[in-house]
Design a protein around this ligand. Structure first.
Ligand code: ZN
Length: 251
């Protein structure tokens, strides 16, 4: 009986591959796409930011992790990929304007109407899709490259994105100051304090959640491209938790 079951499974897998699905799809894995624009310094992020983030997500069971970037055909998100993507993680900074409006409209539709999760990192607060999903200016009060470290505090310990996360400190040389022009978040999971090179500190919200239409949205403020933030074990845990939270939920 057991042999028949495994033979059936193998035959199904073979059929799925013949039908053009990849192995991960055929195994029923969920799909997270990590997108970035290729502008991070190579000495900090040799595989760019999507490479570092994808490395941290590799420990996720039941998820296929796909890297995408702006230089690929369809800016990395052809319909076939976008339509099976369960969570899209976005890091952009200098090339927001190059992202096509048609692609942004498709992303917004996938989130609001189909429930695709969206995770926006650091300078992606000004990404077109981020602004379209929030419906506000998404500007911070100030951006100053005068900080040394960022102390991250777990504000909502019962939130799924905070699972297993303890307060931690990372090197972070760019602070974003409140106020952040966004709709009122449904949860503030993490807060933080930027410690300045000279004396003083600047507190701001670090990890924020919303529901946008049928989709879940998480913004994580830390992640300046000259700091190796996405190799930090705490940040990698937060992003794994965020993918699980933003992805399809058990019915
Ligand atoms: Zn930055």
């Amino acid at each position: 009986m057991k042999n028949w079951t495994s033979m059936g499974w193998a035959a199904g897998l073979l059929l799925a591959i013949l039908l053009g699905m990849n192995t991960a799809q055929a195994q029923g894995k969920k799909c997270v796409v990590v997108w970035s624009e290729g502008t991070a310094p190579k000495n900090v992020y040799p595989q760019d930011i999507n490479g570092a983030v994808a490395e941290g997500l590799a420990a996720l069971k039941d998820w296929e992790v796909v890297k995408a970037d702006i230089s690929q055909p369809e800016q990395g998100l052809p319909d076939a990929l976008l339509n099976r993507c369960n969570v899209l993680i976005w890091w952009g900074h200098k090339r927001h304007d190059e992202v096509s409006d048609a692609l942004v409209a498709k992303i917004v539709k996938r989130v609001k109407e189909d429930g695709m999760g969206f995770i926006s990192l650091h300078s992606s607060h000004f990404a077109k899709a981020n602004k379209a999903l929030m419906g506000t200016a998404c500007s911070w009060g100030a951006y100053k490259a005068d900080s040394k470290t960022l102390d991250v505090t777990v504000k909502s310990p019962d939130h799924p994105i905070a699972k297993g996360v303890k307060n931690f400190t990372i090197k972070h040389s760019e602070r974003y100051s409140e106020p952040y022009a966004i709709p009122e978040p449904q949860s503030v999971v993490f807060e933080g304090v930027h410690n300045l090179k000279k004396r003083g500190e600047d507190p701001s919200r670090i990890g924020l959640c919303w529901e946008v239409g049928k989709g879940r949205f998480f913004y994580f403020q830390a992640g300046h491209e000259t700091n190796p933030v996405y190799y930090d074990a705490n940040v990698q845990l937060i992003l794994r938790n965020a993918v699980e939270w933003a992805g399809p939920q058990p019915k």
